[in-house]
Design a protein around this ligand. Structure first.
Ligand SMILES: Cc1ncc(COP(=O)(O)O)c(C=O)c1O
Length: 394
């Protein structure tokens, strides 16, 4: 779908099917970062000279790009963090820690990534709030099960938009509509959706949303925390230091404006600037095109897997870009390592999801728009060697 020359890693000898873990980076993102370090390496908001002003402008521009990319109302609602994990932790400890009291409840699903479970676990220890889990049925979350769990004690529902293992896509708009009628806030972990589908925070009416640049053609070290401005006004910074204070003395601290009060210390400026380039790149390719292409690839992969009756596919009914498989009698780790001997990169194990009933160790094949039908054919050829796989594993 995209020119092979766009991504230097596509020239390597690996067939990369671990895109849910992290994506390849296009040349133009790498060049943009390199340009920052070679042409205008300076800090932001600190220098009275041109190259520092340029950094300010570039970072500001990226904030605007992200705002448009997710259709936020104002750019102050976009906070740069390190990754989805840091965004979710900031939301939990910066906002909900102050807003939830003993016995208040948060609704989660058992299919959430650890980054959307563990901060809540810690909050439950600190504040004695209750975690209420909904178990997906046949890998899919039933909205009615969430509604059933809602009570006057529920303060927040925190869910992945698309789950990282089974690829269950949740109807966040509907969930927000129902939750808001009951005065419940909604936090969305968009780590697996932002790379694949158009995100519209205003249409969905989400209260907080988090995602990572590195899963969507951007560099490591940058995450986004989106929050409605009115909520951000009530959020307390997670980190304190330079860049987030307007004034302080021994007894008083005045915070800078939103969003800067949530961005203490020097940020990964080169990566933020690189992320802007990734967003421009994705926008040029078109999120609809990305979604469509991955859907066709996945359909093809599933059809080809059908040819191999010893392969169990777990998540045919899910919408995400992941296909979860196992071969009876072969440990998922062994299958992953076998594929590695053929230069195919997949992920095996439990994929950072350790709750719920569907916790088998599995092999995850995760696709992105630069994958090709030929790569899938090669995977199927390799998987067709049943004897070779069993010999390797035993
Ligand atoms: C659904 C989901 N949430 C959160 C994360 C954590 O992302 P990061 O490691 O970039 O913080 C991941 C990473 O795989 C994920 O898939």
């Amino acid at each position: 779908m995209k020119n092979k020359n766009d991504f230097p890693m596509l020239d390597s000898n690996v067939v990369y099917f671990d895109n849910a873990a992290t994506s390849f980076k296009p040349n133009r993102v790498i060049d943009k970062i390199s340009d920052y370090y070679t042409s205008y390496n300076a800090n932001s908001h600190r220098g009275d000279y041109d190259i520092s002003f340029r950094v300010d402008d570039e970072v500001d521009y990226v904030r605007d790009l992200v705002k448009c990319f997710i259709n936020a109302k104002r750019k102050e609602e976009i906070i740069f963090t390190k990754n989805t994990t840091e965004s979710l932790n900031t939301i939990v400890f910066g906002y909900f820690q102050n807003y939830m009291n003993e016995d208040d409840e948060v609704i989660l699903s058992t299919a959430e990534h650890a980054s959307n479970v563990l901060p809540w676990f810690i909050l439950s220890v600190k504040k004695k709030i209750k975690l209420v889990f909904v178990e997906p049925k046949n890998n899919k979350l039933d909205i009615n099960d969430i509604i059933d769990k809602m009570s006057y004690k529920t303060k927040v529902v925190s869910l992945a938009h698309i789950t990282n293992v089974m690829g269950d896509k949740r109807d966040i708009k509907k969930i927000c509509e129902i939750a808001h009628k009951k005065g419940i806030l909604v936090v969305v972990d968009a780590a697996q959706s932002a790379p694949h589908i158009k995100i519209d925070v205003r249409d969905m009416d989400v209260d907080f949303l988090a995602f990572s640049a590195h899963k969507m053609c951007g560099p490591n070290g940058v995450g986004i925390l989106y929050g409605k401005y009115e909520l951000l006004k009530k959020m307390v910074p997670f980190a304190f230091g330079g860049g987030m204070n307007e004034e302080y003395n021994a007894s008083k601290l005045i915070l800078t404006d939103i969003p800067y009060r949530f961005e203490a210390g020097t940020q990964d400026l080169g990566s933020i600037i690189g992320f802007g380039e990734a967003i421009s790149f994705l926008s040029e390719v078109g999120m609809d095109n990305i979604e469509r292409h991955v859907k066709y690839l996945k359909r093809y992969l599933l059809r080809r897997l059908d040819e191999l009756d010893y392969i169990k596919v777990y998540n045919r009914n899910c919408e995400g870009s992941t296909v979860i498989i196992n071969i009876e009698g072969v440990l998922s780790g062994d299958l992953g390592l076998y594929l590695n001997t053929k230069n195919i990169c997949v992920r095996s194990g439990r994929h950072c999801v350790k709750l719920g009933n569907s916790v088998d160790d599995t092999v995850r094949i995760s696709l992105y728009f630069y994958n090709t039908y030929e790569e899938i054919d090669y995977l199927i050829d390799v998987l067709s060697d049943k004897r070779g796989i069993y010999d390797y594993a035993n």
